[in-house]
Design a protein around this ligand. Structure first.
Ligand SMILES: [Zn+2]
Ligand SMILES: [Zn+2]
Length: 306
């Protein structure tokens, strides 16, 4: 049974202004339009982009903002023209759609769909929003907001998941985990027998470890200053753990010590800590790409015109 006329009032996290503390507010969620569904959120995850959004460094300029872009929910109401989803289906939001027909979708080289692109204007595809608070329209990061009890999303930005999947785990797939997993699988295309270093063992890093393991990497070195990540990394397939705060040596030197002084075949920087980008490249074996990076770093200087 569908009920497309009711507005739902529920709790949601709202950022009213850049840099201001997030407030839990009573918000209104409109019914879905024709190609949308309204979800009852089960779990939401936190991504660093959410923090950057609150701090104003993520590039969003629209406030008040309903936050969150990762999570898992159950379809509560379906729009009139929705065919492949029904009430009760468990789904995860994705902020890039996939039409399977546009130039990018069929290229095999990119998933940046041109028909259902990443939304950065804080609104739905028809440039309106389904969320409001105290009579004010709420914007949302990407294609929807997930830090609320209910949300509305276009069906082209949803993936149906097996309901037997643990929803607390499914929540990480919409952004963090799949970012790392896809980096190892679709971007780096890690080969069987490879050695891999992963800097930062949050959801992105654990995804990279998992992807590398799936592809047959035999040495997977995880690097994190949080000792509790040792056990987590091992559960996902990490073979060696480095806690750089236990040593005076740089993380890249420590990785080299674990790889016959040579460095690893592949390195993934998953922490977002600036200086670690250089460390992650320094941790790799010397090869053509590495030399390119070294050359760019040492020869390209900003040009000043007077
Ligand atoms: Zn994210
Ligand atoms: Zn497409």
């Amino acid at each position: 049974m569908t009920n497309t006329s009711q507005v739902v009032t529920c709790k949601g996290a709202v950022c009213w202004k850049v840099g201001e503390a997030v407030k839990i507010e009573e918000i209104q969620i409109d019914p879905p339009k024709a190609n949308e569904v309204r979800l009852k959120m089960l779990y939401s995850s936190i991504c660093h982009t959410d923090i950057s959004t609150i701090q104003g460094s993520a590039g969003f300029k629209f406030y008040p903002l309903a936050l969150g872009h990762g999570g898992v929910g159950v379809v509560e109401t379906v729009g009139d023209e929705v065919k492949n989803l029904k009430e009760g289906d468990m789904v995860i939001p994705t902020y890039i759609g996939e039409c399977q027909e546009c130039e990018n979708c069929i290229s095999g080289k990119s998933n940046l769909c041109l028909t259902y692109p990443m939304r950065l204007c804080g609104l739905m595809l028809d440039n309106t929003s389904r969320m409001s608070c105290r009579g004010q329209r709420l914007y949302h990061p990407f294609s929807c907001a997930t830090w609320s009890e209910y949300t509305v999303i276009d069906v082209n930005y949803l993936v149906k998941v097996d309901p037997s999947m643990n929803p607390t785990h499914a929540s990480f797939i919409s952004c963090g985990f799949s970012t790392g997993y896809g980096a190892a699988w679709k971007e780096a295309k890690v080969e069987s027998g490879s050695s891999v270093a992963v800097f930062g063992l949050g959801a992105v890093g654990l995804g990279a470890i998992s992807g590398a393991k799936m592809l047959g990497a035999t040495k997977i070195i995880g690097i994190d200053t949080n000792e509790m990540k040792r056990e987590k990394g091992e559960a996902f397939g990490m073979t060696h753990f480095i806690n750089p705060s236990n040593s005076d040596k740089s993380p890249s030197e420590l990785v080299k010590e674990l790889s016959d002084g040579m460095g690893v075949d592949y390195s993934f920087e998953c922490s977002g800590v600036g200086p670690l980008l250089t460390e992650s490249v320094e941790a790799t074996k010397v090869n053509f790409e590495r030399i390119n990076f070294w050359w760019v770093k040492n020869h390209i200087r900003p040009t000043h015109h007077s």
